[in-house]
Write a protein that binds this ligand. Structure first.
Ligand code: SF4
Ligand code: SF4
Length: 359
């Protein structure tokens, strides 16, 4: 029976987060069950955009700092690494800015963790009967002895929910992520590829930052939601099932859960979890806003059409990151060729003005 720990953490005060992460690890057997001396430990937060912690877009640095400190205590060598959204930020100068703005630089300084600046990618064999024959992954992930997955709990345009499984997409380096969107433009196939990544990465531990999550039109344009929770497990599909139960989202509507069930990695039912710490019922967050209907229709075979609204400034970020070149900028406004659009919603995810709506 997959084990999941659910624990309270009311704020991002470092002492409180250290205590909450410590309790999670104690419940799951202690950090030394996962990390041995001198092992290279890749810490994989969600660093989607160059945004500060209070926006609730990225994993909070206090969580990363708490985990990095425990890894150091166990004698491991923590490396903080992610390939942010789109691909334009995946170069050394942009990563330095990303780490500074998201608070990772301070977390690394406080713990002696290393900040990854290696933007190279490697090809590794995908799992047998997987979606892709070869997976493209960032070199530091391929070189790590242990991967610890540190997602943020948020809603998501394409997949309805992003947590443990979806966070591993950041192991794919830079603009290769856009190629994956183009190649796997059917959302169900995209979710299957994420399970390929799970099977390759096999994260030893997942700790979902649900202290402040994001509801509504995530993963960047939604609203921060105070939840006061950490969800931890050595099984990332189990961590997602628990998180979905907590926010009241039907796991059958989440493509990564469906893919995990098809692969035999999950039953798809939170009732099959062994829950340590707080019960799922006690941790339930009432009235958690799912993505707006245009988004959730993705799972119902009627994907919404991305449309730039009057908030659009014509900055061109969406056009630069559209995997199929469906966006052109004219008259300071984004114009989408819906005949070419594959409904990946990268434009909605990356728009700095939150100007893209799905209709
Ligand atoms: S990223 Fe947003 S603001 Fe910039 S052009 Fe696209 S829709 Fe407009
Ligand atoms: S227009 Fe937006 S949703 Fe459509 S393919 Fe391009 S980035 Fe994806």
């Amino acid at each position: 029976m997959p084990r999941v720990y659910v624990g309270r953490c009311p704020s991002y005060e470092q002492d409180e987060v250290d205590g909450a992460v410590g309790r999670a690890l104690a419940a799951l057997g202690g950090i030394r069950s996962y990390v041995k001396p001198r092992q290279r430990v890749l810490l994989k937060p969600n660093l989607l955009l160059l945004k500060p912690p209070e926006t609730a877009i990225c994993t909070h640095p206090a969580v990363v700092q708490a985990v990095a400190a425990l890894v150091r205590q166990a004698g491991g060598e923590p490396v903080i690494a992610d390939s942010p959204g789109g691909g334009a930020l995946h170069n050394e100068p942009s990563l330095r800015s990303l780490y500074r703005v998201t608070g990772m630089e301070a977390a690394a300084r406080a713990t002696g963790a290393r900040l990854n600046l290696d933007c190279a990618g490697l090809q590794v064999p995908g799992p047998s009967a997987g979606t892709v024959e070869m997976l493209d992954v960032m070199r530091p992930a391929a070189e790590a002895d242990v991967i610890i997955n540190l997602p943020k709990l948020k809603t998501h345009g394409l997949l309805r929910y992003t947590g443990a499984v979806k966070n591993l997409f950041g192991l794919v380096p830079g603009r290769t992520k856009l190629e994956y969107h183009a190649r796997l433009h059917d959302a169900a196939r995209f979710a299957e590829m994420l399970l390929d990544l799970v099977l390759w990465a096999r994260p030893a531990l997942t700790i979902i930052d649900a202290i402040v999550g994001m509801e509504g039109d995530g993963p960047s344009a939604g609203r921060p939601r105070q939840m006061g929770l950490l969800v931890a497990s050595d099984d990332c599909t189990a961590a997602d099932l628990a998180a979905l139960d907590i926010i009241g989202m039907d796991p059958a509507t989440v493509l990564t859960v469906r893919a995990a069930v098809r692969r035999g990695l999950s039953s798809g039912h939170a009732t099959d979890l062994e829950v340590l710490g707080e019960s799922l019922a006690a941790a339930h967050v009432p009235d958690f806003d799912a993505p707006s209907p245009g988004f959730s229709d993705v799972t119902l075979e009627h994907p919404g059409d991305p449309q730039a609204t009057e908030r659009c400034t014509g900055c061109g970020v969406c056009a630069e990151n559209c995997p199929v070149g469906a966006i052109r900028i004219a008259d300071r406004r984004a114009h989408t060729d819906l005949g070419r659009c594959i409904r990946c919603y990268c434009c909605q995810e990356l728009c700095p003005q939150h100007a893209v709506e799905l209709r």
